[in-house]
Design a protein around this ligand. Structure first.
Ligand code: AMP
Length: 447
């Protein structure tokens, strides 16, 4: 007989500790319709990306921590505050990916893709991890669909990733997409802008929030990402990157806008949009959308969230060890947030099929054969529903009605013996008895 540790008080140290058997904060179980909506959104993005000539890429969910510290920037929020990092048993420092771009650039360099025809156009998707404060639309594990074009400095590439993203969002059901866009220019322009911005903010040092005082020292561009009320007016009056662009950078941005106009993409130049990461140069952009949220007290509030964003990152390649510059541009769409937006309620996956028949079995003899019939229908790809664990005819018919399945197959004791099945039309209640080996053809002909 097993020893009862609880009675004699000799619990092991493991049992003494209160076990935490719940999911980790900010992480979610995604199942049922939510799963299919996510899958459907990703399928639509994939379809558009493939049409535009992007090819699939899968990169690891973890990378060496250096990849993100170097690539994204040690001072950025997603690296300095939000990275899920660990040391392996072998002593390697690794992190769960908080974004895709640095990992894609690592793959480009490590696999020698500079020697294949340029640009390399890839898409990838999957979960990302950021130790952020969880709230609606902000999770510690979330999914992005990501596009990258590496090995081209042409303005048409910037316009192409933007246009592809707009098409993906439209396919998912989001209309009237407006691209918030800006340019921070090349190295020279960016340097001038940072200098102007620093001079401007230094004069405001005792008026800005504590975070901004820190940003002023470590990463001045991020001053323009501040959401604090007290800093909004300063942000508005701050120097604009546009006024610091050198002629080449101006030309690049002008061309991007011309291409966008040519494809009918709506854009709005947003002078405070710089995006918080170190690697951006030239074009930066974001897609924003508003949705309604019902609070616990029933109050409905409007919330605007960024549903995607990206930009050009011409110097990241060298930062990450490439001998040559790898001019590149990319975008990431936030799948979880997109699916909060109006218009996306009915996104479906290609895997989901509305059942054409509901299979009803009655009696032991019928139940014995029922798995073979279900398998026969599956092989013939007849979308079907059933409830084999139920016995009652009324219960099974009730389920068929609730699911609004147009035809029911009734397979009882007698039918099992005669090798036939009754096909009932649920709209006019007419029914016919069909030989089992002819039933697939019969169903396929039904409207
Ligand atoms: P970013 O990589 O920060 O530019 O984010 C690109 C998109 O990913 C954003 O526009 C959001 O839609 C989505 N996103 C970023 N962080 C989160 C998060 N913590 N939870 C859910 N979605 C996110």
């Amino acid at each position: 007989m097993a020893k009862n540790n609880f009675k004699n008080g000799s619990k092991s140290s493991n049992q003494n500790q209160q076990a935490n058997l719940q999911k980790v904060k900010g992480f979610r179980d995604i199942w049922g319709q939510d799963y299919f909506r996510q899958k459907g959104a990703i399928e639509k993005c994939e379809d558009v990306a493939l049409y535009y000539g992007f090819s699939p890429l899968e990169i690891p969910m973890v990378e060496a921590t250096d990849i993100f510290e170097r690539g994204v920037g040690e001072e950025t929020d997603i690296v300095s505050k939000e990275l899920f990092s660990m040391t392996t048993k072998g002593g390697d420092k690794i992190s769960l990916r908080p974004e895709f771009t640095a990992g894609v650039m690592r793959a480009y360099i490590e696999n020698g893709w500079a020697s294949v025809p340029q640009p390399v156009m890839v898409y990838n998707y999957g979960p990302l991890f950021r130790h952020d404060k969880p709230q609606k639309g902000r999770y510690r594990e979330f999914k992005q669909f990501n596009l990258e074009m590496l090995g081209t400095d042409k303005a048409i590439a910037d316009a192409m990733v933007i246009k592809t993203s707009v098409s993906m969002l439209e396919e998912i059901g989001i209309q009237d997409v407006v691209v918030e866009i800006n340019s921070i220019g090349d190295k020279e322009s960016r340097k001038k802008f940072i200098k102007d911005l620093t001079t401007y903010y230094k004069k405001l040092n005792n008026k800005i929030c504590a975070n901004c005082r820190e940003r002023l020292k470590t990463s001045p561009l991020r001053l323009l990402d501040c959401k604090e009320e007290q800093c909004q007016q300063f942000k508005k009056d701050a120097p604009k990157p546009m006024n610091c662009l050198n002629p080449e950078s101006k030309k690049h941005f002008k061309e991007v806008l011309e291409y966008l106009e040519g494809t009918g993409v709506n854009y709005n130049i947003n002078h405070t949009l710089v995006r918080g990461l170190d690697y951006y140069t030239h074009t930066v952009f974001e897609f924003e959308k508003t949705f309604s949220e019902t609070k616990e007290n029933g109050e409905v509030v409007e919330k605007t969230l960024s549903i995607g964003g990206g930009g050009r990152y011409d110097y990241l390649g060298k930062v990450m060890g490439s001998k040559k510059d790898v001019p590149a541009v990319g975008v990431a769409i936030g799948i979880d947030r997109v699916l909060l937006m109006p218009g996306t309620e009915n996104v479906e996956s290609k895997l989901q099929k509305k059942p054409k028949v509901f299979f009803v079995q009655i009696g032991l003899e019928a139940k014995l054969h029922s798995l073979s019939i279900v398998e026969m229908l599956r092989k013939a790809r007849v979308p079907m529903a059933q409830s084999l664990s139920k016995d009652s005819l009324a219960v099974q018919l009730g389920m068929a009605e609730r699911l609004e399945v147009p035809y029911v197959l009734i397979f009882g004791q007698k039918e099992a013996m005669d090798n036939v099945v009754i096909v009932r039309n649920m709209s006019n209640h007419s029914q016919e008895t069909i030989d089992i080996d002819k039933v697939v053809d019969y169903i396929k002909k039904l409207k």
